[in-house]
Write a protein that binds this ligand. Structure first.
Ligand code: F6P
Length: 509
C-alpha cells in the first residue's frame, strides 16, 4: 500500500497548502551527542510537528530503527544486514553481542597496529626509509568519508593524498611532487573490482617500479577490502591487507578499516574519538523520543520540505572551511541511499523522494549560487553547519564567519520586503542550523552519524531501501562494453559511429 494512504500522510498533504501559517516557534532547539539542532526557521509549528510524529509512528520508524540496531537483514534487495553501527559500538550497546563484534574488535586492533607502525616510522619502503606521504586510492565510499575526515581533523601524521578519478591526470598530478621511496599507497575497495581503483593501483605500481627498480614493491601497498581473495588474485600485490565486511555499505564504511587514512593523518586516538562520537549519536537515536531526536527531526523536516512542500533542492552549507568536502560526502550518502523511484517491493512511487543535494562552504557560496537560493523561482531547503569554537587563531575571522551564517539563515527565512521587485527577498526558505561545540573528532563523528540516521529515517518514511545502489550499474556495464570501440578495436554501435569518428579526428586519443 502506498504511503499516501496513511492517515498522517493525508493530514500532512491537507496541511501543505497552508504551511506558511505553521512557522516553528523561536528557540526551537534540540540537543543530542553534544550537537544542537535549531529548527526555528522551519514550517514546523505544533500543527505540523504532530502529524509528522504520527507519520513516523505509522511508518514504524522506531521498529525499523530497532531492527537496524539488532543487525537484522534490512537491506532486503541484497538480503543482508546493515551494521555500520557495530563498527563503533565497542563493548557497549546498542549492538553489543551481535555476531561479528569479535571480528570488528580484532580488525580495529589490526588497524591500530598498522597505524602505529606507519606513524612511528617502523613500517618502511624498499629503500628502508619511513613513509612521509600516503596516497589513498579508492572511489565513492572508499574515498569520500576519509577525504572529509582527514580535512576536518588536525593533521599529525604523514601527508595524505587522495586519488579517485580514472582520469590519469588525477594520479599524475598527485604523484608528480612525491618521492617514490617514501610513498605508501592504500588501495581501498570493498569489492576489489572497481575499474577506477584497480586501474589507478596498477599505474601506481608501474610508477614505483620506474623509480625503485624491478624488485617487488609490495611493501609500498596496503589493501583494504571485504574480499581479501580478490587482492590475492590481483596483479597489484599488497604487503598488508586489512579487512572489512559485506555488511558495511561503502558509503557507511569510514568507521571500518577504510578509515585508515583518518587514523594515519589524525592519529588512532582521534579515530577512536570519532567512533565514540558516532556511538553517542547511535544511543541518542535509539533512546530519544521523536520530539527530541535529532536524526528523526532532521529527517522529518526534510521529508516535509521535499515531498509535501515540493522543494527540489537541499543546500548543505558548512560554515567551517575544514568541512568543505561535506556536501560531496553527503551527495553520496543521501543521493546514493535515497535517490530511488520504487518502494521496498519494487513498485513505482507516487511521491517525491531524495532532493538534489549540493553545497559549498560559507562564506564562499554566498558570492556564487546563494543568489538562486534567495531569489530564484524555486525554493530549496537549507542545512547550515556552524562550529562554536574558532577553528583558527584568527578570532576576528570566526566572529565574522558566525555573523555571516546567522545572516544567511535569517535572510533565507525572514526575507525582506521591498516594493522594488529586484530588491525584494521573499524569505520562507527553510533552514536547519546544526551547531558543533568544536570541530573535534568526537563531534565530527556525531555529525556524520546524525546524517546516517537522518538518511535511514527518511528511507523508512519514503518506504525505500536506502542500502542498495542499483542505479550506478548500467553506466558501468555500458562503459565496459564501449571500451573496445573507444580504442578503435571494435565497430561502435550505430548511434555512436559519427561521434567517435569526430572524436578521433580531433586526435583526442
Ligand atoms: O559505484 C558505486 C559504488 O559501488 C559505491 O557504492 C561504492 O562506494 C563505490 O562504488 C566504490 O566501491 P568499492 O569500494 O567496491 O571499490
Amino acid at each position: 500500500m502506498s504511503r499516501t494512504t496513511l492517515p498522517a500522510w493525508r493530514a500532512l498533504a491537507a496541511l501543505a497548502p497552508q504551511h506558511a501559517a505553521h512557522r516553528a516557534p523561536h528557540g526551537f532547539l534540540v540537543s543530542g551527542a553534544g550537537l544542537t539542532l535549531d529548527l526555528s526557521r522551519q514550517y514546523l509549528g505544533a500543527g505540523v510537528l504532530r502529524p509528522l510524529e504520527q507519520l513516523a509512528v505509522e511508518c514504524a520508524v522506531a521498529q525499523r530503527r530497532d531492527a537496524l540496531l539488532r543487525g537484522e537483514p534490512i537491506n532486503v534487495t541484497e538480503n543482508r544486514a546493515v551494521l555500520h553501527a557495530l563498527l563503533r559500538s565497542g563493548a557497549a550497546a546498542p549492538l553489543a553481542g551481535v555476531e561479528g563484534s569479535a571480528e570488528v574488535a580484532a580488525e580495529l586492533d589490526a588497524l591500530r597496529d598498522l597505524t602505529d607502525r606507519i606513524r612511528g616510522g617502523r613500517l618502511r619502503g624498499l629503500a628502508g626509509r619511513p613513509f612521509t606521504d600516503v596516497v589513498a586510492i579508492g572511489i565513492g565510499g572508499s574515498s569520500l568519508g576519509p577525504q572529509l575526515a582527514v580535512q576536518a581533523l588536525p593533521k599529525t601524521g604523514p601527508r595524505l593524498h587522495f586519488v579517485s578519478n580514472i582520469d590519469g591526470a588525477a594520479l599524475e598530478d598527485t604523484l608528480a611532487p612525491l618521492d617514490a621511496a617514501t610513498t605508501l599507497f592504500l588501495v581501498i575497495s570493498k569489492t576489489f573490482t572497481t575499474e577506477e581503483t584497480l586501474t589507478n593501483a596498477r599505474s601506481a605500481q608501474a610508477w614505483l617500479h620506474a623509480r625503485l627498480g624491478p624488485d617487488p614493491v609490495d611493501a609500498h601497498f596496503v589493501a583494504i577490502t571485504a574480499r581479501p581473495a580478490a587482492v590475492a588474485a590481483s596483479p597489484v600485490k599488497a604487503g598488508q591487507v586489512l579487512r572489512f565486511w559485506d555488511w558495511v555499505g561503502g558509503r557507511y564504511s569510514l568507521w571500518s578499516t577504510v578509515g585508515l587514512p583518518i587514523a594515519l593523518s589524525a592519529g588512532m586516538a582521534a579515530f577512536e574519538d570519532m567512533l565514540a562520537g558516532a556511538r553517542a549519536m547511535d544511543m541518542h537515536f535509539r533512546d530519544a523520543p521523536f520530539a527530541g531526536n535529532l536524526p528523526m527531526l532532521l529527517a522529518a523536516a526534510g521529508v516535509w520540505n521535499r515531498t509535501f512542500l515540493g522543494m527540489p533542492g537541499l543546500a548543505v552549507l558548512p560554515y567551517a572551511h575544514r568541512l568543505a568536502r561535506l556536501p560531496a560526502y553527503l551527495q553520496q550518502l543521501e543521493m546514493e541511499s535515497n535517490g530511488k523511484r520504487v518502494d521496498l517491493e519494487g513498485r513505482a512511487l507516487d511521491y517525491e523522494t531524495c532532493p538534489l543535494l549540493f553545497g559549498e562552504p560559507g562564506t564562499d557560496g554566498q558570492h556564487s549560487f546563494h543568489q538562486w537560493l534567495h531569489q530564484g523561482t524555486s525554493r530549496a531547503a537549507h542545512e547550515l553547519i556552524v562550529v562554536a569554537r574558532p577553528m583558527s587563531a584568527l578570532g576576528e575571522h570566526h566572529d565574522k564567519l558566525l555573523a555571516n551564517a546567522l545572516a544567511q539563515a535569517d535572510a533565507f527565512w525572514l526575507g525582506r520586503d521591498n516594493p522594488d521587485g529586484h530588491r525584494h527577498y521573499p524569505g520562507g526558505r527553510p533552514v536547519s542550523l546544526i551547531t558543533l561545540p568544536a570541530l573535534d573528532a568526537f563531534h565530527f563523528g556525531a555529525l556524520i552519524a546524525l546524517y546516517e540516521h537522518k538518511v535511514f529515517t527518511q528511507g523508512v518514511l519514503w518506504n525505500i531501501n536506502s542500502f542498495d545502489q542499483m542505479g550506478v550499474e548500467l553506466g558501468k556495464q555500458l562503459a565496459t562494453s564501449l571500451a573496445a570501440a573507444v580504442r578503435g578495436e571494435a565497430a561502435p554501435p550505430d548511434h555512436l559511429a559519427a561521434y567517435l569518428s569526430a572524436l578521433r579526428a580531433m586526435h583526442v586519443r
